[in-house]
Design a protein around this ligand. Structure first.
Ligand SMILES: C[S@@+](CC[C@H](N)C(=O)[O-])C[C@H]1O[C@@H](n2cnc3c(N)ncnc32)[C@H](O)[C@@H]1O
Length: 382
């Protein structure tokens, strides 16, 4: 189940193989949109950051996500999942399950509530991570395996809950610079020394152009536009017969995302728990991520006939789902208790995930209010 950790030399060799592949595509095309570069850097089969076997999640990897901190996160989320399953008699589809730890905590909690769904579908872009998820369940909860189904694409028709935790921030984004003459796209080119450099081009994609023109940014301003996140939301919405799409991710409403002071956007890279801003550094060994424009996600859902059921920060969502009460049930002694308290602090604290991560719910054929948004819903800010 454990990812094999390549030696530093093997890791460098992997990164060089991926760089050569990207360089070849770049040389043939002359210029790549940043979204294409990010797609290659993260998802090239076998070599891309999420596709290779290097550890990514948790203390031995590059970053920590909520499910890696503590099963308390999945246990609290399970209460929201149970409510949607009750409303729809449907299933769960998790997108981008990563290590599989969220699925494990969720299903164990639903089991103890007597609310297991008939099917728990997993849609994961990385073949390596799919195997990792399967191995985790084979080792820790083999009795749940018959309910799990790995699907190569979301089903054409689905009822129940579609769930993505830190999925949207891992999707490719376009990079845009707003100038005196309007917006232009920043892509990747080779300079005279064969190094990758940012290079502007006129925007040719009509969807990107419309999105960029709709943002009122001062000259010299640079940021990202996440077309892939909007398209995924629209695609999922078209498949949702009855139920809820729930996304949890780093992000803001549009007004805050494109705030005049955020002049360089939100693009961030992670390597061994160190953050930096150079997406060309060691492709394949570096996570590349950008925050989510939640207004765009709400718009994409609305255009596909979904209703906005709630928008709130992670702390508000988890408190509404009863995380403090789950914590209070633990015996207040021993290392496990201390670990759980520290995890809860990270999940809820405004300077950590509590305020930085937001939760959005979009639905069809279900009536609110949803448990996680019962108090402190900030939908009006979108
Ligand atoms: C930042 S990780 C989050 C993993 C996990 N949800 C968590 O919270 O720890 C992003 C995950 O989404 C997967 N992914 C990215 N794009 C995807 C797509 N279009 N469909 C399915 N999975 C995708 C990645 O392979 C990875 O497992």
């Amino acid at each position: 189940m454990h990812s094999s950790t390549p030696t530093p030399d093997a890791a460098e060799a992997l990164s060089q193989r991926l760089s050569s592949l990207i360089r070849a595509e770049l040389a043939a095309a002359g210029w790549l949109s940043f979204a294409r570069y990010m797609e290659l850097a993260l998802y090239t089969p076998g070599l891309g950051y999420y596709a290779n076997a290097r550890p990514k999640f948790g203390s031995t990897g590059d970053f920590v996500t909520a499910p890696e901190l503590s099963p308390l996160f999945g246990q609290a989320l399970a209460r929201q999942v149970a409510q949607v399953l009750e409303m729809t008699s449907g299933d769960v589809l998790e997108l981008g399950p990563g290590s599989g730890r969220l699925a494990l905590a969720l299903l164990r909690a639903l089991q103890s509530m007597g609310r297991l769904p008939g099917c728990y579908l997993l849609h994961e872009a990385s073949a390596h991570l799919r195997e990792h998820q399967r191995a985790l369940f084979a080792q820790q909860a083999p009795e749940l395996l018959p309910r799990l189904h790995w699907v190569p694409a979301p089903p054409p028709r689905f009822s129940g809950l579609m769930l993505g935790n830190e999925l949207l921030d891992a999707l490719p984004v376009h990079r845009v610079r707003w100038g005196e003459a309007g917006p232009e796209e920043l892509g990747v080119a080779l300079d005279a020394h064969g190094r990758w450099v940012w290079q502007p081009r006129p925007i040719t994609d009509p969807e990107l152009l419309a999105a960029a023109r709709a943002i009122d940014a001062p000259a010299g301003y640079e940021s990202e536009i996440g077309l892939a996140a909007r398209r995924l939301t629209a695609d999922l919405a078209a498949r949702l017969q009855r139920g809820v799409i729930l996304f949890l991710d780093y992000g803001y409403p549009r007004r805050e995302y494109y705030h005049p002071q955020r002049t360089q956007g939100t693009l961030t890279c992670h390597h061994r728990h160190h953050s930096h801003a150079d997406p060309f550094d060691r492709p394949g060994l570096t996570d590349i991520t950008a925050h989510v424009d939640f207004t765009a996600i709400a718009e994409a859902g609305h255009a596909a006939g979904l209703r906005l059921l709630g928008y709130i920060d992670q702390a508000g969502f988890l408190v509404n789902c009863g995380l403090p009460e789950l914590l209070s049930r633990l015996a207040p002694d021993g290392a496990d208790y201390v670990r759980a308290v520290c995890a809860a602090q990270k999940l809820l604290h405004p300077a950590e995930m509590g305020e930085l991560i937001k939760v959005i719910a979009l639905g069809r054929g279900v009536e609110g209010p949803l448990l996680g948004f019962a108090r402190g819903d900030r939908s009006a800010r979108l």
